[in-house]
Design a protein around this ligand. Structure first.
Ligand code: ADP
Ligand code: MG
Length: 699
C-alpha cells in the first residue's frame, strides 16, 4: 500500500511510505488513569470513607473544568431569570455540571420537581447520566438517571434526569404542563434537530401557562428553562425566548493546526485509512478521532484498521479501533472513554455524535471526512432521502475543536480549502428538511391543534406541513374535521414513525402481530446481512437460502426463524454472513415492542402461520404510499407521484418483475432506489387505505 494523502503546509503528515518505525514513546499510554478509577462502582460495600474519598476526587476533577470558575455567576443568573441561554465550548462542562450546580444550590425541592436535560441522541443521554452518577458517587437510577426509548433507569428519587428530546415530547402527552420538572434544560440546541425545535415552542408555551397559573394564585411552580448550545447563535435563541439572558462560558481550547488536502479525495474511506497510518507512523502520541458519516463506513474502516494493525511488528505501538455510533450497544460505547491498553493508540471512529454531545479524553488528532448523512425531504413528491451531504462550516469547526481539548492538536480535513470555502455556514434546521408527519402527530397529540400557527423558531414550509397533514389523514390518524382520531392517539403512543405504529396497531386485525413485530425490529437496524468485499459471492450464495419469493420483509422473517432454530449460534451467523451484533440489537428492540403492545392491549403472539399475505397486507396499511406498479416496459413507477423507481441491488426483489411492489424507503442517491421491497397485488391497495385511494381516484 503506497498511496498517500497529501495535505497542505505541514510536512509531518506526508509520510513517504509504510515502513513503521520502532521509536515509540512508551509514555503514550499512561494518561487519564484518574478516570479509569472512577468507573467500576459496582461494589455495594463501599464504606463511607471511600465514598468521601471518591467525592473529593471527583470534586477535584470538576473544579478543573472551565465552567467551574463561573459556578456562582451561573447559579445566580439561573436563580434570577426564568430563561437562560448558556453558550460554551464543547467539553467545558455545561451538560454534566450545570444540573449539579442547580441541585447543589438548593434550587430543587421535593415538591417542585427535578431537572430534565434533553439530548438529541440516546447514546449521549445514557453516557452523561452514567458520568454524572459517577461524579455524584450515587447509583445510576437514584438521584441521577436517564430515560431513552426502550430504556428507563429513572426512579421517583431521580432529580437529575437525562433524556432524549423524543422522550420529553412523549412525557408531555401524559403530563401536559410537565409538573414533574422545575427545570427543563434543552441541550445541544445548536443541532436544531426536529424534536428540539418542537420542544422550543412547546416548552415556551408550558412556561407561560405555568406562570399565568402561578400569577392567578394557583399552587403551581413556575418552570425554569435553560438552553445550552455550542455555537454562537445565542441572539437568535434569546430573541425566541423573549430576550432571555445569555451566559458565555469560555472554554479551554488549545491551538489546532488545520490541514486541507491538496487535491479532492475520490474515496474518503481510503483517504481516511491512509491518513490514520500517516499519523500513526509519523506523529507523536495522542489518540485519533475520525468523523465518518455512518455505521457502515465505521464498520468497514474499523475492520481495515484492525487488519493493518495486526500487521505491525510486535514491538510497534498498536492501533486499536473504537467505533462509536448511535446503534452500538452501550457496553461497547464505553470503550471510547476507557484509556487504551499499554503501547496502543486509540482510533475512535465516530459519527457526528462526537461533534459536541460526547467529549472523549485523550484526542490529539482529528480526521474530518467532511461528510454527514442527512435527512432530506421533498414535500412535492413525498420522497425522503438519507444522503451523504457536505457538512457546514460550523460543523467543520466543531470537529476541528475536538483536537485541541487537552493540548495543541492537528485536524486533517480530507477536502480542499476551496471546498471548505464553498460550504454552507450553518446546517439547515432539520424541521426545514424532513418529513413532518411524526412531528405533526406529536403536536396534535399534545393538544396543539393548529399546527400551521405553532410558534416555530424556524417555520417549516407550508407545503411540508400540509403534506404531513395529508399523510396523517390518509393514515387515518386525523379525522375529516382535522382532529386527532382514536387511531391517531394510539399511534402517537408508540415510539415509532407513524407508518410503523399504524402497521403494529393494525396487525391485531390482520392476525399477524408476531410476524409484524419481528419484521419491524429487524428493519430497525442498519443491516442484518454483511458482505465482505472479498467474499461477495459466498455471501450472496449463503443469503439465497433465506430468500422468500415475496421479498425482503418475509426474507427477514426467515432469517430470524433460522437464527432461533440454532439458538443464535455465532458460528452459524458467521457461515451465513449474518451480522450477529445487529441481530441482537434487533431482538432487544423486539422485546421492547412486545412490552409496548402488551401495555396497549395488542396481543404480540398472534400469528398468521403460513398465510403470509396477511403480513404484507398489514404492512400496506402503513406503507400504501410507498408502492409502485410494474409498467409495460418492465420498470416500476410509484403510485404516489408517478416516479420511476429502481429496486436496490441488495433487495430480494432485485431483477424480479411482479405486478406491484411496496417498499420501506425510497432513497435518492444517483437514482431513486427503493429498499426493503416486497411484492403486492394492486387489488390490495383500496382495502389498505380506503381514504387515500378514494381521493386519488376522485381527483
Ligand atoms: P459540555 O457539555 O460543555 O460539552 P460535558 O459536561 O459533557 O461538556 O463534559 C465535561 C467534561 O467531562 C469533558 O470534557 C470530559 O473531560 C468529562 N467527561 C464527560 N463525560 C465523560 C465520560 N463519560 N467519561 C469520562 N469523562 C467524561
Ligand atoms: Mg454538552
Amino acid at each position: 500500500m503506497k498511496r498517500l494523502v497529501n495535505f497542505q503546509e505541514k510536512d509531518e503528515a506526508t509520510a513517504e511510505d509504510w515502513k513503521f518505525s520502532d521509536s515509540i514513546d512508551p509514555s503514550t499510554t499512561i494518561r487519564s488513569n484518574k478516570r479509569q478509577k472512577g468507573n467500576g462502582n459496582k461494589d455495594n460495600k463501599i464504606d463511607r470513607a471511600s465514598i468521601k474519598a471518591k467525592r473529593s476526587e471527583m470534586l477535584n476533577f470538576r473544579k478543573q473544568l472551565p465552567i467551574y470558575s463561573g459556578r456562582d455567576a451561573i447559579i445566580q443568573t439561573i436563580r434570577d431569570n426564568s430563561t437562560v441561554i448558556v453558550m460554551g465550548e464543547t467539553g467545558s462542562g455545561k451538560t454534566t455540571q450545570i444540573p449539579q450546580f442547580i441541585r447543589e444550590a438548593g434550587m430543587i425541592s421535593t415538591k417542585a420537581g427535578g431537572i430534565a436535560i434533553t439530548q438529541p441522541r440516546r447514546v449521549a443521554a445514557v453516557n452523561l447520566a452514567k458520568r454524572v452518577a459517577e461524579e455524584t458517587v450515587t447509583q445510576l437510577g437514584g438521584q441521577v438517571g436517564y430515560t431513552v426509548r426502550f430504556d428507563d433507569t429513572s426512579s421517583p428519587q431521580t432529580i437529575i434526569k437525562y433524556l432524549t428530546d423524543g422522550m420529553l415530547l412523549r412525557e408531555i402527552l401524559s403530563d401536559e404542563l410537565l409538573f414533574r420538572y422545575k427545570f427543563i434544560v434543552l441541550d445541544e440546541a445548536h443541532e436544531r434537530t426536529l424534536r428540539t425545535d418542537m420542544l422550543f415552542g412547546m416548552i415556551k408555551k408550558i412556561q407561560r401557562i405555568r406562570h399565568e397559573k402561578a400569577q392567578a394564585g394557583e399552587d403551581v411552580e413556575e418552570l425554569k428553562i435553560v438552553i445550552m448550545s455550542a455555537t454562537l447563535d445565542a441572539e437568535k435563541f434569546s430573541e425566541f425566548f423573549n430576550g432571555a439572558k445569555i451566559l458565555y462560558v469560555s472554554g479551554r481550547l488549545h491551538p489546532v493546526d488545520t490541514l486541507f488536502t491538496q487535491e479532492p479525495q475520490a474515496d474518503y474511506l481510503d483517504a481516511t485509512l491512509v491518513t490514520i497510518f500517516q499519523i500513526h507512523t509519523k506523529s507523536p502520541p495522542g489518540d485519533i478521532l475520525v468523523f465518518l458519516p455512518g455505521q457502515d463506513a465505521i464498520e468497514s474502516l474499523s475492520s481495515l484498521v484492525n487488519e493493518y494493525s495486526s500487521q505491525l511488528r510486535p514491538r510497534q505501538q498498536k492501533l486499536m479501533s473504537c467505533p462509536l455510533f448511535a446503534a452500538l450497544p452501550p457496553s461497547q460505547q464505553q470503550k471510547v472513554f476507557d484509556p487504551a491498553p499499554a503501547n496502543t493508540r486509540k482510533v475512535i471512529l465516530a459519527t457526528n455524535i462526537a461533534e459536541t454531545s460526547i467529549t472523549i479524553p485523550g484526542i490529539k488528532y482529528v480526521i474530518d471526512c467532511g461528510l454527514a448523512k442527512m435527512r432530506g425531504f421533498n414535500p412535492k413528491i413525498g420522497v425522503e432521502s438519507l444522503l451523504l451531504h457536505p457538512i457546514s462550516k460550523s460543523s467543520a469547526w466543531q470537529r476541528t475543536g475536538r483536537a485541541g481539548r487537552e493540548r495543541a492538536g492537528i485536524c486533517y480535513r480530507l477536502y480542499t480549502e476551496d471546498t471548505f470555502r464553498e460550504l454552507e455556514d450553518d446546517t439547515v434546521p432539520e424541521i426545514r428538511r424532513c418529513n413532518l408527519a411524526a412531528a405533526v402527530l406529536s403536536l396534535k397529540a399534545s393538544g396543539i391543534e393548529n399546527v400551521l400557527d405553532f410558534d416555530y423558531m424556524d417555520r417549516p414550509s407550508r407545503a411540508s406541513l400540509v403534506r404531513a397533514l395529508e399523510e396523517l389523514y390518509a393514515l387515518g390518524a386525523i379525522s375529516d374535521a382535522g382532529t386527532l382520531s382514536d387511531l391517531g392517539r394510539k399511534m402517537s403512543e408508540f415510539p415509532l414513525d407513524p407508518t410503523f405504529s399504524k402497521v403494529i396497531i393494525k396487525s391485531a386485525e390482520y392476525k399477524c402481530s408476531m410476524e409484524v413485530i419481528a419484521i419491524i425490529s429487524l428493519l430497525s437496524v442498519d443491516a442484518i446481512f454483511f458482505t465482505p468485499s472479498d467474499k461477495r459471492e459466498q455471501a450472496t450464495e449463503a443469503r439465497r437460502k433465506f430468500l422468500h419469493m415475496d421479498g425482503d420483509h418475509l426474507t427477514l422473517l426467515n432469517v430470524l426463524k433460522g437464527y432461533w432454530e440454532v439458538k443464535g449460534d455465532p458460528e452459524w451467523c458467521r457461515e451465513n454472513f449474518i451480522n450477529i451484533r445487529n441481530m441482537k440489537i434487533a431482538l432487544d428492540v423486539r422485546n421492547q415492542l412486545i412490552q409496548f403492545c402488551e401495555r396497549l392491549g395488542i396481543s404480540p403472539t398472534t400469528s398468521c402461520g403460513t398465510d403470509t399475505d396477511q403480513v404484507l397486507k398489514c404492512f400496506l396499511t402503513g406503507f400504501f404510499q410507498n408502492t409502485a406498479l410494474l409498467q409495460p416496459d418492465g420498470s416500476y413507477k410509484s403510485v404516489a407521484g408517478n416516479q420511476l423507481v429502481k429496486i436496490h441491488p441488495g433487495s430480494a426483489m432485485f431483477t424480479k418483475r411482479v405486478e406491484g411492489i411496496m417498499y420501506n424507503e425510497l432513497v435518492f442517491t444517483t437514482k431513486h432506489y427503493v429498499r426493503g421491497v416486497s411484492a403486492i397485488q394492486s387489488s390490495w391497495l383500496p382495502q389498505a387505505a380506503p381514504k387515500y385511494f378514494n381521493n386519488v381516484t376522485n381527483k
